[in-house]
Design a protein around this ligand. Structure first.
Ligand code: GRF
Length: 229
C-alpha cells in the first residue's frame, strides 16, 4: 500500500517548547501527515531545543540578537536553514520574533501560529491577565495562518474553555495550554493534508470542528428566586 506523503515541517520556538512537544508526539504516528524535519530557535538556551534533540530531530539556532535591527539579515539566515532541510510548512510555537512582510508573504498559506486567546480578542502578550481583567466567560486558543499583521491571520481552529470565578493567571494558562496541545497537532495535520488552506485571504477548512472543544462548561443553573408572598 502506498504510504501517505508526510509534509516536512519546521517548528520555530524561542522558549520551553511544550507545543513543540505535542507536535513531536503527534508526528510519531506514521499516519500523521507531517514530520518534524527541523526545530529552529532564535535563542540557544531555549529549553525546547532539548526536547527536539531527545527526539532525534535536527535543530538549528539562529540567534536574533547579533542581527540587531537587521531583520532581513536574520530572516535570510532562517530561510537558509529552512531551505537546507527542505521545509514545506512552518509552525510557529512560542516564537518571539515578529517576522517581516517579505518573509511572511513568502510563506503565505504555509506558515501557521498558535496564540493563547480566542482571536481576534487579545492579540499580543499577557493574554490570560487581560482575559481575567476583561471578565470574559470564555477564553482559549487559536491556530491561524500567519499574515503580516501580528496575530491577525485567518483562523484555522479554536478551542474554548470556561473561565472560573477562582481562576488566576496560572490556572487559566494551564487549562488553555492543555487545549493548545490538542488543537495544534490537529490543525497542523489539516494544513499538511490540505484540509485547511488559505484561499483568497480566508482560511478554508474542510475538517469538521470538534463540538467538545467548542463548548464551554457552564455551571449548573442557580435556583430560581422565589417570590415572597
Ligand atoms: C503558548 O502559549 C503559545 O500559544 C504562545 O506561546 C506559548 C508557547 O509555549 N504562542 P510553549 O513554548 O509551546 O510551551
Amino acid at each position: 500500500m502506498a504510504r501517505r506523503v508526510r509534509r516536512r515541517v519546521a517548528v520555530l520556538i524561542s522558549g520551553r517548547g511544550s507545543n513543540l512537544g505535542a507536535l513531536i508526539g503527534a508526528a510519531q504516528d506514521p499516519d500523521y501527515p507531517a514530520e518534524i524535519a527541523l526545530v529552529l530557535s532564535n535563542r540557544a538556551e531555549a529549553a525546547g531545543l532539548e526536547r527536539a534533540r531527545a527526539a532525534g530531530i535536527p535543530t538549528a539556532v539562529v540567534e536574533s540578537r547579533p542581527f540587531g535591527r537587521d531583520r532581513a539579515g536574520f530572516e535570510a539566515a532562517v530561510q537558509a536553514a529552512l531551505d537546507a532541510h527542505g521545509v514545506e510548512i512552518v509552525a510557529l510555537a512560542g516564537f518571539m520574533r515578529v517576522l517581516t512582510e517579505g518573509f511572511v508573504t513568502r510563506w503565505a498559506g504555509r506558515m501557521i501560529n498558535i496564540h493563547p486567546s480566542l482571536l481576534p480578542v487579545f492579540p499580543g502578550l499577557d493574554t490570560h491577565v487581560r482575559a481575567l481583567a476583561a471578565g470574559v466567560r470564555l477564553h482559549g486558543c487559536t491556530v491561524h495562518f500567519v499574515t503580516p499583521g501580528v496575530d491577525e491571520g485567518p483562523i484555522i481552529a479554536q478551542a474554548a474553555i470556561g473561565v472560573r470565578a477562582d481562576d488566576d493567571e496560572a490556572s487559566l494558562a494551564a487549562r488553555v495550554l492543555a487545549q493548545e496541545h490538542l488543537l495544534y497537532p490537529a490543525a497542523l495535520a489539516w494544513v499538511a493534508a490540505g484540509a485547511a488552506r488559505l484561499e483568497g485571504g480566508r482560511a478554508v477548512v474542510d475538517a469538521p470542528a470538534t463540538e467538545e472543544s467548542l463548548r464551554s462548561p457552564l455551571p449548573a443553573s442557580p435556583p430560581l428566586p422565589t417570590r415572597k408572598a
